[in-house]
Design a protein around this ligand. Structure first.
Ligand SMILES: Cc1ncc(COP(=O)(O)O)c(C=O)c1O
Length: 416
């Protein structure tokens, strides 16, 4: 079974750019990679960019006057400019290189949060968050004594904005910190509207964009978010590199987090002063190859066009949800395709998700099983774990068909 996708998406040309997709899994079956919410695969352009840096101009940045260091600095800072354009930040000073979403959120907690939050203050998060947007605030709350409230997730798998309005009206809310797209339910949260509500109540908003920026156009200025955190490795970039976007006036006012080289203006034995943005938050030798690679990842996604990426994935996800709905005993969690990113987390009768994932792997299909770093959400779903198929630009309807066939085989094996 297959459908005609209405967008002119040349999936075969895209697949040709991803070397890993052309290997045989277990040396026997073609690889069907459906674990993209965990990490995406990398196109030749990104792999070559890393190779090129290490082969031709590997050197430290910002410090040297020799040719290699100048070339590395130019590529590193060039990547920052590419990312600034990709998210439509107002200035490249608002683009901080970090190790990923987790580090970006911890940075905000440990600088803005540590400097501003006190007993009586409220931070609003949600019950669908990834642990990386729960635990940093819990660690800080233990020390600072502020309160964290978690927006409930409705039965339809969305956040209740009336609860948000009510809590904002009670006062003392300093920050709303929520994910843009759920890595389990796929829910696309209305972060522009939430930003407006937060600002009207005098609060800031941080958005965890780990699962949105790989899949849809992001304009941080039109969303009007104060902080936006994301990871390179989920958007065809390398691991170990990510971004914290922050509004300039907020970043200017925030104290540094890690101390060391590059983040200082002047060091004396009786005290030091800080470098300008963005370097104030980039202590030590940065992740040079990763940043350059992320710049090329952004080039690659831009060449496809993020509107087109989104349109293709919406059709693919709708197709996957229709096909998964045909499988008796299988329950997909979260909203319907119109409100959902490219994620389908499911349970399958009483078959344990790890057994599902293991059997699918034997057929060459890579999915994820577990709590997906969202234990509180799984508590609410009433299961400790789910299996999760997640899609990206290079996946096809034929691969989804193969997933469905393999799921029938799993059922057979467990009823035999
Ligand atoms: C929604 C969400 N937030 C945060 C993260 C953490 O990203 P990283 O491990 O790259 O820091 C993930 C990764 O799975 C995620 O899906």
């Amino acid at each position: 079974m297959s459908i005609n996708l209405s967008s002119p998406w040349d999936v075969n040309t895209i697949r040709a750019e991803f070397p890993i997709l052309h290997q045989m899994h277990h040396d026997q079956v073609p690889l069907i990679y459906l674990d993209n919410a965990a990490s995406s695969q990398k196109p030749r352009l990104v792999i070559d960019a890393l190779d090129d840096y290490y082969r031709r101009y590997n050197a430290n940045v910002h410090r040297g006057v020799h040719k290699l260091s100048e070339a590395a600095t130019e590529a590193y800072e060039g990547a920052r400019v590419k990312i600034k354009k990709f998210i439509n930040a107002g200035s490249k000073r608002e683009v901080i290189f970090t190790r990923g979403t987790t580090e970006s959120i911890n940075l905000v907690a440990q600088t803005w949060g540590r400097a501003n939050l006190k007993p009586g203050d409220v931070v609003i998060s949600s019950a669908m968050e990834h642990h990386s947007n729960i635990v940093p605030w819990q660690i800080l709350a233990q020390e600072k004594g502020f309160t964290i409230k978690y927006l409930p997730v409705t039965g339809a798998g969305v956040l209740d904005l009336d609860v948000l309005r009510g809590w904002l009206a009670e006062g003392n809310v300093r920050l709303v910190t929520v994910m843009h797209v759920s890595n389990v339910l796929g829910t696309v949260n209305p972060v522009a509207e939430m930003a407006k509500l937060a600002h009207e109540a005098g609060a800031l908003i941080l958005v965890d964009g780990a699962q949105s920026i790989p899949h849809m156009p992001i304009d941080v200025q039109s969303l009007d978010v104060d902080f936006f955190a994301f990871s390179g490795h989920k958007m065809v970039g390398p691991t170990g590199i990510g971004i914290l976007y922050g509004k300039r006036h907020l970043l200017e006012a925030m104290p540094p987090w890690m101390g060391g080289g590059d983040m200082i203006s002047r060091v004396r034995l009786d005290g030091s002063t800080w470098n300008d943005l963005p370097y104030k938050f980039e202590a030590g030798t940065p992740i040079i190859a990763g940043a350059i690679g992320l710049g090329f990842a952004v080039d690659y996604l831009s060449s496809l066009g993020m509107e087109a990426v989104h349109a293709y994935e919406q059709q693919l996800t709708a197709y996957a949800l229709d096909r998964l709905a045909e499988v008796p005993g299988l329950t997909v969690y979260g909203p319907d395709a119109s409100q959902k990113g490219a994620v389908a987390a499911f349970s399958y009768g009483t078959i344990h998700p790890h057994d599902i994932a293991q059997m699918l792997d034997a057929d060459g299909i890579a999915v994820r099983a577990g709590h997906h770093c969202a234990m509180p959400l799984h508590d609410q779903l009433g299961c400790g774990a789910t299996a999760r198929a997640s899609f990206y630009i290079y996946n096809t309807t034929a691969e989804i068909d193969a997933l469905i066939e393999a799921l029938y085989k799993v059922k057979q094996a467990f009823t035999a």
